[in-house]
Design a protein around this ligand. Structure first.
Ligand SMILES: C[S@@+](CC[C@H](N)C(=O)[O-])C[C@H]1O[C@@H](n2cnc3c(N)ncnc32)[C@H](O)[C@@H]1O
Length: 394
């Protein structure tokens, strides 16, 4: 805000800042634009020492308070008691937590605008903290803190040990270095609590963008809903949230028309309804479901360096029918300029967890062609940070 602005303009400026919220926008792309613009404005307004303060003091303090209260099951208890505003004494009794500990945590969370202070020592839920009263949402923090946060903090040590080379070996990742030799997905499989938390995180991640059926035309799927062949196989589909979106459009397909595949511990957690069938399958082995109209892979290939990504695709090729089978990759396609914040965060995560990365259109084309396939078309939507790359046999 230039110093020359008059006080009326400043009043209007504060008024719009104080009243803007997530429903102030008619269009999701405008809301996302506002999130980026407000983040950029905050950085311009902050002094360097304030950025350091935020990163090293404020954010860890808030995270620690949130996770402590999640583990004490405080948020779910607050929700179960009705979620109304309450004094710190009432909240402490609700959560069976020392009132001084609870009160200090509430003050910190209020300063970060994550709960509201309605009067002295009395607090109410915001949209964010109300979401924490849902156990599935709160559970995301287990994998965030245990697997993501701790291993990302190991990356400076790992990068120094490996001479600051870009990680590209799926068997020697920063995650192996941090965990004492376990791969990221091996670690999730070995820990049911963190594994389930990761599945909840992926379900939440999917809700950050428009449903994939808004990116890829539903008509193209409807035209391929045959009754004599599987319609869609969701390869590495997690607990099935993407298939659930498709099922809501085509609930009357014959049983087994939609197939969910993932590693056995993940399939054991999936709750699917007809016509979805769940099948444990390792995508480094040949695809057992032949001739499906679509083989769908959402956020799967970005977990793997190029040689492994090519192998995953090659394992689909013998199952495909040249007349109608397509592969749909639901992935970010990084533009040459102005990559968005969500995709660049994901890029760093892939580097630190699995020695992989997000890809540009050229990088996708190279991987697809190396597997003996070709890109037919790339579909995008202003409401999603991920595209659908439609692939066919040569
Ligand atoms: C990033 S998650 C994406 C999950 C889901 N497609 C989504 O978008 O939410 C990657 C998935 O690949 C699965 N996965 C990892 N290695 C696998 C393998 N060898 N075979 C099958 N699935 C595997 C993981 O268990 C996980 O569910």
């Amino acid at each position: 805000m230039p110093p020359s602005r008059c006080s009326t303009e400043l009043d209007q400026f504060w008024e719009s800042l104080n009243t803007v919220d997530d429903v102030s926008f008619t269009d999701e792309s405008q809301r996302l634009r506002a999130v980026d613009a407000l983040g950029a404005a905050l950085r311009r307004v902050q002094r360097p020492a304030e950025v350091v303060w935020e990163q090293l003091w404020a954010d860890p303090a808030v995270l620690s308070a949130i996770v402590t209260l999640i583990e004490a099951e405080f948020w779910t208890k607050w929700g179960a008691a009705g979620g109304e505003s309450a004094t710190s004494d009432e909240l402490a009794r609700m959560g069976a937590i020392d009132v001084a500990l609870l009160s200090e945590s509430c003050v910190r969370l209020r300063c970060s605008n994550l709960i509201r202070e309605t009067k002295v020592d009395t607090y109410a839920l915001t949209a964010y903290s109300a979401a924490l009263t849902d156990l599935k949402f709160a559970n995301i923090y287990a994998c965030g803190v245990d697997a993501f946060w701790s291993s990302l903090m190991n990356f400076p040590r790992f990068a120094s040990k490996t001479g600051y080379r870009n990680p590209s070996d799926a068997d020697h990742t920063n995650f192996h270095d941090w965990s004492g030799g376990e791969s990221f997905f091996g670690y999730l499989a070995a820990s049911p609590r963190v594994g389930a938390s990761f599945n909840d995180a992926m379900t939440m991640y999917t809700t950050l963008s428009a449903p994939w059926t808004e990116v890829y035309p539903l008509d193209s799927i409807a035209g391929q809903t045959r009754t004599d062949m599987p319609v869609l196989v969701d390869v590495g589909g997690g607990v099935g949230h993407d298939l659930e979106i498709l099922r809501s459009h085509f609930p009357d397909l014959p049983q087994g028309s939609l197939v969910l595949q993932d590693l056995a511990p993940v399939i054991a957690r999936a709750q699917v309804a007809s016509p979805v069938e769940a099948l444990a399958h390792d995508f480094f082995t040949p695809q057992p479901i032949k001739g499906a109209s679509f083989y769908f892979l959402h956020s799967v290939l970005h977990d793997w360096p190029d040689p492994e990504a090519v192998k995953i695709l090659q394992n689909l090729v013998p199952a495909m029918d040249k007349s109608h089978s397509r592969i749909l990759l639901h992935e970010a396609v990084i533009p040459p300029l102005k990559a968005n914040s969500r995709n660049t965060v994901s890029d760093m995560f892939m580097m630190c967890l699995v020695s992989a990365h997000e890809r540009t259109e050229q990088m996708w084309s190279d991987v697809v062609e190396s597997a003996g396939l070709r890109i037919r078309k790339i579909y995008t939507s202003r409401r999603s940070t991920e595209a659908i790359i439609e692939i066919e046999l040569h």
